[in-house]
Design a protein around this ligand. Structure first.
Ligand SMILES: [Zn+2]
Ligand SMILES: [Zn+2]
Length: 252
């Protein structure tokens, strides 16, 4: 199995040293992963040591190590992102919406601000940006597709309707959506995306991938087996990964 959403640096909690890299790879092995993908936040790009990652990966020949990036998508950032992506040979790029017009809405202290919104407006504003991220052509994967639910503020309208255009853009532009198991450990206490969206994504034949969003070694691979089982139950037979931005199919 695989985990493509791993933050070696956390939120700059540590540096990309040999021993820190080994701790993550060791945990991937302990979790029986066949593949691990590092995808640190793009704001730390100066601290990334891609060559060191590839060098230490050679010590673990039984493990496929991919090197990606999680990009914080904002309108108007496309050119800057595009330049950053051409400078480094990433295996894949996760596009994630963490902010609405400069408001970083997923910080723990932001819950009260969520409750001041009309919930449908909040979701619409969020999914509009996800749609633009997908349509930008910059990314391979959309990260934590319904992150806006983080504090369990739910829309009045069915989320599948509010997310419809974003999903169409994902489908049309050939992106994958991850099951991100980290949502279970947030106030909302469920994976991103939620079950009925997972079912819809499966029906639309949008490819899935898997990520723990680990910000420390101990979390690598967390709940990945269970996420796999959810997909199998839905009849999904394969997921995807990426090498040098090319999609590869992995049988479940
Ligand atoms: Zn994220
Ligand atoms: Zn992340």
């Amino acid at each position: 199995m695989l985990d493509l959403h791993v933050h070696l640096l956390g939120h700059l909690d540590r540096e990309a040293t040999k021993s820190n890299i080994r701790a993550f790879l060791k945990q991937a092995k302990n979790k029986n992963l066949k593949q691990i993908g590092f995808a640190d936040h793009d704001m730390y790009w100066e601290k990334l040591k891609l060559n060191l990652l590839r060098e230490i990966a050679l010590e673990y020949p039984e493990l496929q190590v991919r090197v990606g990036l999680e990009v914080d998508y904002q309108e108007g950032r496309e050119n800057q992102i595009s330049k950053m992506l051409t400078d480094f040979p990433f295996d894949y790029v996760i596009g994630s919406v963490h902010q609405l017009g400069g408001w970083f809405f997923d910080y723990p202290e932001e819950e009260t601000n969520h409750r001041q919104w009309e919930p449908d407006d909040l979701y619409s504003a969020y999914f509009k940006l996800v749609e633009k991220a997908a349509a930008s052509g910059l990314f391979n994967i959309i990260g934590h597709f319904d992150l806006i639910k983080i504090f369990n503020v739910r829309p009045k309208t069915d989320v599948r309707i509010l997310a419809a255009r974003a999903l169409e853009a994902v489908k049309d532009c050939g992106l994958a959506i991850e099951i991100n198991t980290n949502g279970r450990y947030k106030p909302v206490q469920e994976y991103y995306p939620e079950q009925k969206l997972i079912e819809l994504i499966g029906k639309m034949e949008i490819p899935f991938t898997l990520g723990s969003d680990a910000h420390e070694a101990a979390v690598v691979g967390r709940d990945i087996q269970e996420a796999c089982q959810i997909l199998k139950t839905l009849g999904v037979q394969e997921i995807v990964s990426f090498t040098r931005r090319n999609q590869e199919i992995i049988k479940l």
